[in-house]
Design a protein around this ligand. Structure first.
Ligand code: NAD
Length: 427
């Protein structure tokens, strides 16, 4: 199939790179967003999210005249839905954005069109939720128009590269829909494209992230055991991973973001009685911020009025994304226990966890601090020079929740370094 015009719904971390990439491949692309602020910023030629290289790519797409931004869809050869699928408070998937995006294209759907859902979704969403909405157009799925699901598996921070290079799974409502999806993605994907059915493709994404969540949960439990038995979890993991069939992940202050901490619930909600291990992993990972805070409280012999500089709030290194971030939860919990917490998140200076004070710079964050706590291993924090830091802050306690600071270097710098998964210096 040939596609000349594509309408991408949702101009977020996934939709904007996808729309820009398609435009740079020569397609006419309409980028649609329901958020007036997003539409305004993009129409001004700016971007509203941080992703390396995205500003340059999006601006090239705008300047080519092939990417235009609208607040509602219009007729096209293909529609890509890349809207958010968050979790509700009750841990049920909130599919309202997918539903409204699908409903918004019904008036514009024509015979021969392709619709692709990219949003991470519970199994059977394409077949049981999306197809019935789109059939309100009077068209029959698989006969009059094609419907496919393709999961996004890009890594924030490397989205532009992975969008093109990663292998892609495309699941069709039927075989011809999968093939139509392949024809669209072949226009920019260099990785292998594997065709399957829509529900398998939905499941693939959820299985990947759920397996990762469980692997991180076991690493987090190892960190607790290492402190209990008085050893370094980092050394033990490094040695265990020398085995050719072992690959233990790194522990940390918890699991966040919009994928790994959410996607397992899409399976848990669908079959609670079959997902005991997944539920337990979620509990372990969600409990890790409290474990980290208890450790800091113990090592500082109390938190009341202790001045702590919390470094990083993003859910992982070198991104600006704070969604479900365990670092935010650690900062909030420290403050709720009476600590005076100054946070410094270089990628989101205005972010303020409840009870904390945001600092505009590292110097500002540490200037009165008794202790510094690394919550996110942003490159700038990994490379911190403890000797320089010692001249900027009164305290000499340092906490590393990511296992990236060297104890000998920090001790030479005059600090007492407390590392997650390593017994406290004189415990
Ligand atoms: N961000 C990632 O790295 C990543 C990776 C893999 C999968 N995903 C999945 O991809 C999907 C999109 O994620 P994201 O991070 O790009 O989300 P996002 O929140 O950054 O962007 C979604 C955009 O969709 C817009 N939107 C909502 N309803 C709309 C509608 N009816 N019409 C038009 N626009 C609408 C929102 O205003 C928002 O700008 C989610 O399901 C997510 O789980 C994301």
């Amino acid at each position: 199939m040939d596609f000349n015009k594509v309408c991408v719904l949702g101009m977020g971390y996934i939709g904007l790179p996808t729309a820009s990439t398609l435009a740079m491949q020569g397609m006419e692309v309409v980028g649609v967003d329901a958020n007036a602020r997003v539409v305004r910023i993009l129409r001004d030629g700016e971007i509203h999210i941080h992703e390396p290289g995205l500003r340059t790519l999006a601006q090239a797409a705008f300047n080519s005249g092939r990417l235009t931004i609208k607040d509602e869809p219009e007729e096209a050869d293909a529609f890509i839905l890349a809207v958010q699928t968050p979790l509700r408070e009750n841990h049920q998937a909130d599919m309202a954005y997918v539903v409204s995006a699908a409903e918004s294209i019904v008036p514009f759907l024509r015979s021969g069109n392709l619709v692709v859902l990219e949003s991470t979704s519970p199994p059977r969403t394409t077949m049981d939720l999306l197809a019935p909405i789109l059939e309100q157009s009077g068209l029959t799925t698989g006969e009059d128009y094609y419907l496919a699901y393709t999961p996004e598996r890009v890594l924030p921070g490397q989205i532009l590269k992975e969008l093109i290079d990663n292998a892609r799974v495309i699941g069709g409502y039927d075989r011809s829909s999968a093939e139509a999806g392949r024809d669209l993605y072949l226009s920019f994907v260099r990785g292998e494209i594997y065709l399957t059915d829509a529900t398998t493709a939905e499941m693939v994404k959820l299985m990947e992230n759920t397996a990762r969540d469980i692997s991180i949960a076991v690493a987090n439990e190892f960190s607790r055991l290492a402190e209990h038995f008085g050893l370094s979890v980092w050394e033990a993991i490094e040695l265990a991973n020398l085995h050719p069939r072992v690959n233990i992940l790194r522990p940390g202050p918890g699991v966040g973001g919009h994928c790994i901490s959410i996607d397992p619930y899409f399976l848990i909600q669908a079959a609670p009685e079959m997902t005991g291990l997944m539920q337990r992993a979620r509990t372990v990972n969600d409990g890790q911020p409290a474990f980290v805070v208890a450790r800091i409280e113990r090592d500082l012999q109390g938190l009341s009025d202790r001045r702590i500089a919390a470094l990083g709030l993003a859910y992982k290194a070198d991104v600006d994304d704070l969604r479900n971030s365990p670092a935010v939860e650690v900062a909030r919990l420290l403050a709720s226990k009476g600590a005076k917490v100054a946070t410094f998140e270089p990628f989101a200076l205005e972010a303020v966890p409840e009870g904390c004070v945001p600092a505009g710079s590292l110097e500002d964050a540490v200037k009165d601090a008794d202790a510094v706590a690394l919550l996110v291993d942003h490159r700038q924090f990994r490379e911190l020079d403890p000797q320089a830091l010692a001249s900027q802050m009164p305290g000499r306690e340092a906490f590393d929740t990511r296992g990236v600071w060297s104890s000998s270097v920090w001790e030479q710098g005059g600090f007492r370094l407390h590392t997650l998964g390593v017994r406290a210096p004189d415990a």
